[in-house]
Design a protein around this ligand. Structure first.
Ligand code: TXA
Ligand code: MG
Length: 330
């Protein structure tokens, strides 16, 4: 199959609609990462997404809809706090999990009785979702376990020959996946950290929990248990206060002839002495936005990426630390 990359216009939108209606998959931009979308009502199309990615079949997908879509056709009950959060943050990088009405294919939620719904803010995503007019089940548009794609070229390098069309909406500005928030209980619970932070949610509705997977427990967000977001080279991970050990490891690797790079934020880069640096930038937003870009850049030039976790760990950095830890898990 030939994979085409087109900018988003009337022609490419028409083509994307035909592909989706025929049960195919289309990659599209969002403000977080690129998604790989299929008609959420079409079981074969949804199952095909799992096959294309090599995704474990117990890791459910998020359904994407445009801003005017009536989600009461998809989910049972939207609690008051969720209505407030929708007003505050949507469209945007926040995915909300509700009790499902069971109207979309069962393959979307992998048999769970809940449904994750996301209304992306990206203009190109909105155009695509409006043009197609259907709820679109979409994971990130990468091969399973690889770093999520933040450019059309990243999608192409993972999925060339496997999908017919990539809608090119430029670089995703957010850079890490949406916050996944469980809205089925009394208070909201963050299942996956992202750009809409636990602190931001608590500010609107008073309370917000953070789900922590305990050993042996069945994950509430099944994606949590997998190795993820990993570059195709060796990785090592150090805490901020272990940065001198990271530099020692770097020097040893270089002396052994291993092409090593240190991945860290600008603050850390200024504190250490190493030539090969993948610099994530200064502000929290920059660091999130550059994370996957630099991991993908790194895997092209490095045999070993030595990542140093930023000092700050709350707010947006909670999502960054979570992704970095999983990317460098052995
Ligand atoms: O920013 C994003 O969320 C991107 C873009 C494309 O929208 N999508 C994305 O999808 O990251 P994916 O499939 O890579 O991650 C979906 C996450 C997984 O951790 C999955 O376990 C969780 O959402 N999830 C999906 N449905 C769920 C449900 N019903 N209950 C709990 N967690 C769910
Ligand atoms: Mg993913």
């Amino acid at each position: 199959m030939q994979t085409k990359i087109f900018y988003i216009d009337e022609n490419s939108l028409e083509l994307s609609k035909q592909i989706i209606l025929d049960g195919g998959a289309v990659a599209f931009p969002t403000e977080t990462v690129y998604g790989l979308g299929a008609n959420a009502f079409d079981t074969a199309a949804v199952e095909n997404i799992f096959k294309i990615k090599g995704r474990p079949n117990d890791n459910p997908l998020i359904v994407h809809v445009h801003s005017d879509y009536d989600i009461s056709t998809l989910v049972e009950y939207v609690p008051d706090y969720a209505i407030k959060l929708k007003k505050a943050f949507l469209p945007g990088p926040l995915t909300m999990v509700y009790k499902s009405k069971g109207n979309v294919s069962k393959a979307v939620s992998c048999g769970l009785d809940t449904l994750a719904v996301r209304i992306p803010a990206h203009e190109g995503a909105q155009k695509f979702l409006k043009y197609v007019g259907l709820p679109i089940a979409a994971p990130s548009a990468n091969i399973s376990k690889h770093v999520s794609p933040v450019t059309a070229e990243h999608v192409y390098s993972d999925l060339d020959g496997k999908i017919p069309l990539i809608l090119d909406g430029g670089k995703c500005c957010g850079g890490i996946e949406s916050t996944v928030l469980d809205c089925t209980g009394e208070i909201p619970v963050v299942l996956r950290s992202g750009l809409v932070t636990r602190e931001m949610i608590a500010q609107i509705v008073g309370q917000c929990d953070q789900y922590v997977l305990k050993d042996g427990e069945r994950a509430r967000s099944p994606g949590m248990k997998y190795k993820h977001y990993s570059p195709r080279c060796a990785t090592m991970l150090y805490r901020f206060d272990g940065r001198e050990d990271a530099v020692k490891q770097y020097n040893k690797s270089i002396a052994d002839g291993v092409k090593a790079y240190i991945l860290c934020d600008d603050k850390t880069a200024k504190l250490i002495n190493a030539e090969n640096i993948l610099n994530l930038g200064t502000t929290e937003e920059q660091i999130a936005s550059n994370l996957y870009l630099k991991l993908r850049e790194g895997e092209k030039v490095a045999q070993l990426i030595i990542a140093i976790i930023p000092e700050k760990q709350d707010g947006v950095m909670a999502g960054v630390v979570n992704r970095l830890t999983k990317a460098c898990k052995n």
